[in-house]
Design a protein around this ligand. Sequence first.
Ligand code: BG6
Length: 462
Amino acid sequence: MLQFPKDFLWGAATSAPQSEGAASKDGKSPTTWDKWFEMEPELFYDQVGPENTSNVYALYKEEVANMKAMKLNSYRTSIAWARLLPDGKTLNPKAVTFYRSYFQELVANGIEPIINLFHFDMPWWLMEKGGWEVRESTDHFANYASVAFEQFGDIVKKWVTFNEPLVHIECGYYGDAHWPKVRDFKRALQVGYHTMLAHAKAVEAFRLSRYNDGKIGIILNLSPVYPKSDSQEDVEAAKWADHIYIRSFLDCAVKGYFSEEFVQKLKASDLSPETNEGDKTIFKNNTVDFIGCNYYQPLRVQAVSEEKKVETINGPHDLFQGYDWPQKRVNPHRGWEIYPRGIYDIAMRLKNDYEEIPWYISENGMGVSQEESFEDADGIIQDDYRITFIQDHLEELHRAISEGANCFGYHLWTFSDCWSWLNAFKNRYGFYRVDLANDYKRTPKKSSFWMSEVIERNGFEK
Ligand code: BG6
């Protein structure tokens, strides 16, 4: 029997833009997702946009009742900035009523809310000013954070500033999966710098708020980096990948500074972001209480080939390149490697290099397409693959905890199937099936019954 620590948080996660729906209702202003869908609906799977996510705005009471039935003791979602402060300044009373009622419903049912402030959903009014590229965004965010703490801090005791800041930076400024889909490493670094500054300013606002008896953290996608081989070149490549993908966020959030080696590396290539005097103090004074770790897959890298080596760098591709490990186990629906051991490795890293900071698995999960084909005669999806996936990851997590990892919970992505950005409802991740053709009807999957037993016993038989 693998037994988890007392008071372990068992739950699931989603975000406002992926679950609420009602994207243009009750005073919410548009985000980049709403506008982008208006401009290029054909880019979204089956042309399903952010208006039609899993309708939690209307169904939250039923959703919470299902969570209770499954015995969850915690749940993470986010507040939509554009719903709470549609123009960045004016409080929307309908948003306050909705979120207060939603969060109270969770608490009343014994489910601790963990509330995030930004999950890729940049308000359009701020995007028009330049989004995270402009320094003023950091003060707008800090103001929004203060309003959220003031309005909901009596109910919410665990806060998160950002979900996976790497993703809106990389996909929006070094790729094309997020708006504004530009490809410019220098701009990406400025966006990253402002994001982390906005984060630190929000932590500061929390400490100064009336309800500062709770805890505040940040959620990072911590994919451990593995070099192709032990050669000096591959190990060096992995070091830089780790600097970019992990340390630039984790060092800053937990230790309050960026690694000098990385700062110098950027400087040598004229890539340093613009900073102000005084920023270092803001970072130093506003470190987090906990980390949320989203873990899906590792990052495998190798050195760039000899002929591609350059003196000054233009992007991550000048420091390392991806490596396809031939033995990898893959989720064919999403194309992501399945490597449970990664959870153990990242847990040990947090224990050994980050002062045993408390942390939890804030996302882990498996997206599967055409899941209806796994339905049995009673209409229950037999998602044994998901049960195996969770169990394999929990075994590694348990091993890490028994070796001293300071982990306080495990959340699956997600509770009810939700909308996944450009992929919309292509891949389903939930404990509950959502039937889009039938008024968003929820049906528990086999994994929800399995997980419910795990929660009840606070562990499982190996
Ligand atoms: C995480 C994000 O990266 O992965 C979620 O926090 C996202 O927003 C989840 O939905 C699953 O990824 P995807 O791209 O399949 O939706």
